[in-house]
Every structure is written in structure tokens, then in C-alpha cells.
Design a protein around this ligand. Structure first.
Ligand SMILES: [Zn+2]
Length: 71
């Protein structure tokens, strides 16, 4: 798993944000309070593919597939 301080680039707005920031923004937008129901943006492509994860970009707020996040 990626480091929380690693950067992931948004395929829509091309801005880089940390894994931690992607996670926190996505959880806030989706109202997720239970970490057990949440896969980190820093997870591997295989993990994202398996659970069909989606994230919210902290900058443009577009919904981004987890598999498209790995830089
Ligand atoms: Zn974006």
C-alpha cells in the first residue's frame, strides 16, 4: 500500500494531492465514518479493480475511479 504522504494525480484536473487528502475528502463527501468500509486511495490497482472503488478529487470534486488514480 502506498504511503499516506504519496501524491496521486487527478486524471481530470491534473492536480496532485496526497493519499491522505484524497481519503479524507472522499470520506467527508460520501459520509463514510467507518474505516472498515473504506479502501484507501493508495491501495494497489488490483485492489481498486476488485472493489470498483471511487474517489472524489479534493480539487475539482469529480468522481474518479480508483484504478485511474495510481500515478
Ligand atoms: Zn481533480
Amino acid at each position: 500500500m502506498a504511503n499516506p504522504n504519496d501524491y496521486l494525480k487527478c486524471p481530470e484536473c491534473k492536480q496532485d494531492n496526497t493519499v491522505d487528502f484524497w481519503d479524507r475528502h472522499t470520506k467527508a463527501e460520501a459520509g463514510i465514518k467507518d474505516d472498515n468500509q473504506f479502501i484507501s486511495a493508495g491501495a494497489s490497482k488490483d485492489e481498486h479493480d476488485e472493489v470498483q472503488s471511487y474517489f472524489r478529487c479534493p480539487v475539482c470534486n469529480e468522481e474518479i475511479q480508483g484504478v485511474k488514480l495510481n500515478s
